[in-house]
Design a protein. Structure first.
Length: 209
């Protein structure tokens, strides 16, 4: 029987985390899309059986994902000049990431974004394409990977596939409200010869203000 943990305050150890229910990323994310070199691709909500653990004989490999630079905020009100200026002013006044090589590596995963459906946050990511390119991406709450999933063992995710995701990849994200969110970006590469494909998980620490 599960612990009935719907509140993070009820999770006190790995046992209760394992038995907690996965959190739907759509409860905090209003919109998400990726763009590589071509047109943008809107993420699709899905129930995934491949987010929390690799399919045998695949294994977890070091993540190919990293934060590439500053987050850019744009207004979702194209006809509201004041709101557009507010976005420009926010970008001018706020440092949203720190990817300096002198910054401890885990802290380079922390970014600051603007919360609220009025704003789109453009998050630049680098996805390494060597030795194998990423062809499948899922975004969800990181802690969901520690649970056993729902009654069917699946995890709610935002999913992208059907493209090759390498180089500079822009994640456009709209959050409903402020808060600190720990997201996981799960990747699968195209290593089919000799195989098997490699799984990666990038922990993205997002502070919505």
């Amino acid at each position: 029987m599960g612990c009935g943990c719907n509140n993070s305050r009820d999770i006190r150890n790995w046992n209760s985390l394992l038995q907690s229910f996965p959190v739907d990323p759509l409860s905090v994310i209003s919109y998400a899309e990726l763009s590589v070199a071509g047109p943008s691709q809107v993420g699709q909500w899905a129930l995934s059986s491949t987010y929390r653990e690799p399919t045998v004989p695949s294994t977890w490999l070091p993540t190919p994902v990293s934060v590439n630079g500053e987050v850019t905020v744009i207004s979702n009100g194209a006809d509201q000049m004041q709101q557009q200026f507010d976005a420009q002013s926010w970008n001018f006044r706020n440092q949203t990431s720190n990817t300096s090589t002198t910054t401890p590596p885990p802290l380079r995963n922390t970014i600051f974004v603007r919360a609220g459906v009025e704003w789109t946050n453009i998050i630049p990511l680098t996805i390494q394409g060597s030795p194998h390119a990423v062809v499948d991406i899922e975004l969800s709450m990181l802690d969901n990977a520690a649970t056993r999933g729902d009654m069917q063992g699946t995890i709610p995710v935002i999913h992208w596939t059907g493209d090759t995701y390498t180089g500079l990849v822009l994640l456009r994200l709209v959050l409903y409200s402020s808060g600190r969110y720990s997201f996981g970006i799960r990747t699968i590469d195209n290593n089919t010869s000799p195989g098997p494909p490699g799984w990666g998980m990038f922990a993205l620490d997002v502070v919505g203000v």
